[in-house]
Write a protein that binds this ligand. Structure first.
Ligand code: AP5
Ligand code: MG
Length: 214
């Protein structure tokens, strides 16, 4: 299954990707997670991306396409993948189609999670994640068993630099301008599955499962 999980910042892409990885036995490819690793390791790519990410802008198509192409070529993507946070611009979507076409593959579904902006701000201000395994939580909606400690690794959870309110607002504006037009792009290819992303995590999960089965 070759999937794109699409939606604004905080819509629940990373959260729902965790269940898709388990149900369909496919890897999650999150460009945001890969870029954050590069920033943490201060690689040349990370140094280029750091400031843009802190301000909530988009890293250049060239950088992002380089990391995605390399990742898709790895063996574990042969049986499928779930792209999370990519593509985010029309040139990225065009380039993805070309990369896949070269190896006889294509996107089967684009799952678009629809969440309103007030809910997004609530979700992102309460988000925490594990610095070791990357598992995501929310202080009230998806709380760890012990306050601020990862259930899996037992280490202290952290908050993302770009989850400050002003940066969240910038990310939402960038999404509206540069990323939302992709919905029409995929709708015209009959690939778009629009899913209401409001309500409990388990309910959104059920809606996605039903849409993928239908
Ligand atoms: P990225 O990491 O992709 O961030 P994003 O798209 O802004 O999305 P988020 O990760 O913030 O949200 P999410 O939808 O994954 O929500 P989550 O599941 O965590 O990108 C970061 C930056 O990297 C970009 O700004 C850009 O600079 C750069 N970048 C990345 N990809 C790029 C690209 N392709 N091109 C250029 N630049 C790129 O959920 C959020 C919170 O809500 C969590 O706490 C969760 O527990 C909670 N939650 C989830 N679902 C529910 C629910 N149903 N009910 C209640 N709470 C919920
Ligand atoms: Mg995410």
């Amino acid at each position: 299954m070759n999937l794109i999980l699409f939606g604004p910042p905080g819509a629940g892409k990373g959260t729902q990707a965790q269940f898709l990885v388990e149900s369909y036995k496919i890897p999650q490819i999150s460009t945001g997670d890969m870029l954050r690793v590069a920033v943490r390791q201060q690689t040349p790519l990370g140094l280029k991306a750091q400031e843009i990410m802190q301000q909530g802008g988009l890293v250049s198509d060239e950088i992002v396409l380089g990391i995605v192409e390399e990742r898709l070529a790895q063996d574990d993507c042969r049986s499928g993948f779930v792209l999370d946070g990519f593509p985010r611009t029309i040139p990225q979507a065009d380039a993805l189609a070309e990369i896949l076409q070269r190896c006889g593959r294509s996107i089967e579904h684009v799952v678009s999670l629809e969440v309103d902006n007030e809910e997004i701000v609530k979700r992102l201000s309460g988000r925490r994640s594990c610095p070791d395994c990357g598992k995501g939580y929310h202080v009230t909606y998806d709380a760890p068993k012990r306050v601020d400690v990862c259930d899996v690794c037992g280490v202290a959870l952290v908050q993302r630099d770009d989850d400050r309110e002003q940066t969240v607002r910038n990310r939402l504006a960038v999404y509206e301008q540069q990323t939302a037009p992709l919905k029409e792009y995929y709708r015209s290819q009959q690939l778009l599955r629009t899913i209401p992303g409001m309500g409990p995590i388990a309910e959104v999960q059920q809606r996605i499962t039903a849409a993928l089965a239908g």
